[in-house]
Design a protein around this ligand. Structure first.
Ligand code: PMT
Length: 403
């Protein structure tokens, strides 16, 4: 666990998004982080110290201080200097316009701004405010000033806001903030490398309203893409239809069918050091997609199907093939079929998962048996994000031996 024993100081300033902080605290602690929280007087208008205390238990390493409730001289065990030195990372979440203005101009007007001045720990701000406040020249100047000083700026997102307006200024989702924090400590093993990743299902048209498809949600492939990005890679994600949105900073190519996925992979693959085929690509497509909706005249009907191109095998057969990693989704004889695909498609590695009821497809977690010519490794059932990180570590180790 990357966050194990990492000391994260969360600064909570005045924004409606403060109500999401308890969830953030809970999930960071689950990942082994030590958390302390400093609440500004603005933050305390939206969430109480008691709420934060209740959600995080009563561990000694936690402390809630409001600059209004407790003057600095009466802080229980930690003064601002101790807090400033304690932190490995300071994350201000949510960061209001007012809070960022105080930071940009070096104010020491409350506990949070004081300890930011007194700390040499890296500082991240997660802005959350009304879209007009975000756009305001003063806020933009303050952001630029913080950015120049090396402050990490995470977000904001765009969309409908709590006030009903639409635009940039929404706080990032909690899961995205957790990913950013993980990425901060993640070793950048793939820096200067390009990973091309396929994800999701494909749609093979039968007629204008119907298609053949499968249950892949894209969660596994997107988790690999996000984790590879965290590990420093340039990532090209080629995805079939999926309800997931592509994280910022990833080159994203949405496609529909196996043929389009094949075409896009072939166009992008020259850049790739590593290719990972996590997509559940249709093996067959209708020979002829009908121009008009098929009418139900008969009790039975026959659909003639033809094989799609095997994208994975085509990449592995390229004269200058990247390090090629396939997936195998099996309901039986997992090892047997996986090893067969590894050899037949001439892959460097294959990650096999059992699929079926509550397994693999559209689940939050998954397990993998990974095989390569000289070895194998079991990755037990865990969240797809963690699984992706472990798979990528393994791929990197074998890639290094190979190149
Ligand atoms: O998307 P999720 O809901 O998170 O589910 C994840 C997953 C179960 C889909 C994923 O972990 C997975 O197993 N993906 C591969 C599924 C698959 O199609 O397996 P396969 O055994 O049928 O194919 C073998 C390999 O050949 C795969 O790497 C596949 O991408 C590739 N292939 C298959 C057919 C084809 N025409 N072209 C290909 O490249």
């Amino acid at each position: 666990m990357i966050l194990k024993n990492k000391r994260i100081l969360l600064g909570v300033s005045g924004s409606i998004a403060a109500y999401k902080v308890p969830e953030l605290v809970r999930r960071l602690r689950e990942q082994g982080a030590e958390i302390r929280i400093v609440l500004t007087s603005g933050g305390a208008q939206f969430i109480t110290p008691l709420t934060l205390q209740a959600v995080s238990g009563s561990q000694v390493e936690q402390q809630w201080i409001t600059d209004t409730v407790q003057p600095i001289s009466q802080e229980s065990s930690f003064g601002h200097i101790e807090l400033a030195r304690w932190a490995d990372l300071i994350v201000i979440v949510p960061a209001s316009a007012n809070c960022m203005a105080r930071l940009a101009h070096g104010f020491a007007s409350d506990l949070l701004s004081t300890l930011c001045l007194a700390s040499d720990a890296p500082l991240a701000v997660v802005p959350a405010m009304n879209q007009q406040m975000w756009k305001a020249p003063a806020t933009q100047d303050n952001i630029q000033c913080l950015d120049k000083r090396g402050t990490l700026i995470w977000g904001p997102d765009s969309g409908v806001q709590a006030c009903g307006e639409t635009g940039a200024g929404r706080m990032l989702e909690i899961s995205e903030i957790i990913e950013k924090i993980n990425a901060f400590w993640q070793e950048k093993i793939f820096s200067k490398m390009c990973l091309v990743i396929t994800a999701g299902t494909t749609h093979e048209a039968i007629d204008p309203v119907r298609f053949l498809s499968n249950r892949s949600s894209g969660k596994m492939g997107y988790a690999i893409a996000r984790s590879a990005q965290m590990m420093g890679a340039k990532v090209i994600l080629i995805s079939g239809p999926s309800a997931l949105s592509c994280p910022t900073g990833i080159d994203y190519y949405p496609v529909e069918s196996a043929a389009q996925m094949y075409q896009t992979v072939i166009e992008q693959i020259t850049q790739a050091d590593i290719f990972i085929a996590a997509a559940a690509v249709a093996d067959y497509r209708p020979v002829q997609a009908q121009v008009h909706k098929i009418k139900k005249h008969n009790d039975t009907m026959h659909l003639e199907l033809e094989r799609t191109q095997d994208i994975l095998a085509a990449v592995a057969a390229l004269p200058e093939a990247p390090f090629t990693v396939g997936f195998a989704a099996e309901t039986q004889d997992l090892e047997h079929y996986a090893l067969d695909k590894l050899q037949r498609k001439k892959l460097n590695m294959i990650a096999a998962n059992p699929v079926g009821k509550n397994l693999g497809f559209d689940q939050e977690d998954n397990c993998l048996s990974v095989y390569w010519k000289a070895g194998k490794k079991q990755l037990p059932r865990m969240h797809k994000t963690q699984l992706a990180q472990q798979l990528l570590q393994l791929i990197y180790t074998e890639y290094q031996k190979h190149s």
